[in-house]
Design a protein around this ligand. Structure first.
Ligand code: ZN
Length: 138
């Protein structure tokens, strides 16, 4: 595909350099049957370097997940070759089944069917803690 001319799809822009692959993995984009381009270390006036992900498919993206990885990213929705919507993710208060608790003694390690839920406990420092055992997510 020509990465510059997405007709209908999603462009995740202003991703901090290095976060592109993390987002790609967490969003499960490897399982998608569409053309996807990750462009790394793009020069940006505002940010120095940034990553960009272009998805040539009109798929729903998880804004909470993007906000967790990179609250400064922007999500552009492209329809018929034009930008129709710019969405700004926010730091989500709660993350459900996005990250897993690493504490081996946590109840989520024992009860496999439990959801992994993390709550934002420090907005400034972007710290999330497991709601069951308080273990900090990294
Ligand atoms: Zn836990």
């Amino acid at each position: 595909m020509n990465v510059d001319s997405i007709q209908n799809g999603i462009v995740i822009d202003h991703i901090s350099a290095g976060n592109g692959m993390t987002l790609y993995d967490l969003l499960g984009l490897d399982q998608l049957d569409a053309s996807i381009a990750i462009i790394k270390n793009v020069n940006s006036k505002k940010m120095g370097k940034k990553d960009i992900i272009k998805i040539d498919a009109d798929i729903p993206v998880d804004l909470d997940l993007i906000g967790y990885v990179d609250p400064d990213a922007t999500v552009n929705v492209i329809k018929n070759g034009t930008l129709v919507e710019k969405r700004k993710p926010e730091l989500p208060e709660v993350l459900t089944d996005v990250i897993k608790c690493k504490n081996p003694r946590c109840i989520t390690s024992v009860e496999q069917e439990l959801k992994h839920v993390f709550r934002l406990t420090d907005k400034e420092k972007r710290i999330y803690r497991c709601i069951y055992c308080e273990t900090k997510a990294n």
